[in-house]
Design a protein around this ligand. Structure first.
Ligand SMILES: NC(=O)c1ccc[n+]([C@@H]2O[C@H](COP(=O)([O-])OP(=O)(O)OC[C@H]3O[C@@H](n4cnc5c(N)ncnc54)[C@H](O)[C@@H]3O)[C@@H](O)[C@H]2O)c1
Ligand SMILES: O=P(O)(O)OC[C@H](O)CO
Length: 313
């Protein structure tokens, strides 16, 4: 998106073979098979060369590796550069959001971090299917600069000041998508799916608001928008992972079948812990954690959710 909207883009890859494939053949077969990348994009496995003079640094690694990655990268960030977080997860152990990990580990001012989050499944973006997204940050000038830098005929970015809401929407929707995948595999119908999305959003908003988010963010692109996209799409890694669990596969078996990161699998533990710390009930997240990490049967998890004390909506 950055390249198509006019930025000079260098991708950094750990493996030179991947960098060479992007640089020379304009493809990344492992991540986006059969997609032709813009020929203006270059790539390198040399971190210092990739970051030299970069004013916008977009970070997209699995949430649980970010802290370790930043330890190597932060020294190369140009002074005053904007750090764009594309990650949707919560760190295990610390229960921190990704922008918090960036601020803490890279020792940068929080104003320098901008979060981009919304219903943005990578294969659909690559196919230039129209979509919208949210650019959230505490520095309005930086948000507008990132908004401008990714605005395209097929991408409509909106700015927001609600970093907490956008990050919590992005992280918790992955957990709800795991549950959604389980319901599909168990043959449950549209009433079940709609109930899960709605009550999933309710618990997402409850936690987000307790952490200081604007409740309206959860009705927007980074909340409901991303939740619906991720639950509805067979392209979602989280939903697909949930389907494996719903078919009775163990966590280990599902991990072997999954090719890429399903962030909700680890984040469900951190989100559950965060919710307990602030005294917020997240029954769906609790059950997803039990299925993923305690070997609970998804059908028993459904029974436990349905058997909870009845109460006002
Ligand atoms: N793929 C999407 O559709 C999409 C859309 C929006 C946001 N995101 C978010 O972006 C983040 C990255 O997701 P992704 O789809 O690119 O995942 P991915 O599994 O493809 O991993 C991203 C990259 O990180 C690399 N990587 C893996 N372990 C690493 C490590 N220890 N150190 C450095 N690099 C490592 C992988 O090789 C890969 O190139 C996630 O938080 C995800 O939620 C993904
Ligand atoms: O493939 P998933 O489940 O990680 O979802 C990708 C994006 O977050 C959708 O917006």
């Amino acid at each position: 998106m950055l390249a198509e909207a006019g930025s000079d883009v260098t991708i950094w890859a750990r493996r030179e073979v991947v960098a060479a494939e992007i640089r020379d053949r304009h493809v990344n077969e492992g991540a986006l098979p059969s997609v032709k990348l813009p020929k203006e994009i270059t790539a390198t496995s040399d971190l210092a060369a990739a970051l030299d003079g970069s004013s916008l640094i977009a970070i997209a690694v699995p949430s649980q590796t970010l802290r370790g990655n930043l330890a190597e990268w932060a020294g190369h960030f140009a002074p005053g550069s904007t750090l764009i977080s594309l990650m949707k997860g919560i760190e295990l152990g610390t229960t921190k959001r990704m922008s918090q990990v960036i601020v803490e580990t890279a020792r940068v001012d929080a104003d320098r971090v901008v979060v981009v989050s919304g219903p943005n499944l990578a294969p659909e973006i690559a196919a230039e299917q129209p979509a919208a997204t949210v650019v959230a940050g505490t520095d309005p000038d930086r948000c507008r600069a990132v908004q401008q830098a990714i605005a395209l005929p097929y991408i409509r970015p909106y700015t927001s000041e609600d970093v907490i809401g956008c990050e919590m929407g992005g992280a918790v929707k992955n957990v709800i998508a795991l549950a959604y995948g389980m319901t599909i595999a168990m043959g449950m119908g549209d009433n079940t799916r709609a109930s899960l999305i709605t009550r999933g959003l309710a618990e997402t908003a409850r936690l987000g608001v307790a952490l200081g988010a604007d409740p309206l963010t959860f009705a927007g692109l980074a909340g409901l928008g991303d939740l619906v996209a991720t639950c509805s799409s067979p392209l979602s890694r989280n939903r697909t992972f949930g389907e494996q669990l719903g078919r009775g596969r163990s966590l280990e078996e599902a991990q072997v079948a999954a090719r890429q990161t399903a962030e909700g699998v680890k984040s469900c533990l951190a989100i559950r812990d965060l919710a307990r710390t602030v005294g917020v009930e997240m029954p769906i997240t609790e059950q997803v954690e039990r299925v993923c990490h305690e070997g609970a049967d998804p059908r028993v998890a459904v029974k436990m959710l349905m058997g909870r004390e009845i109460k006002p909506e």
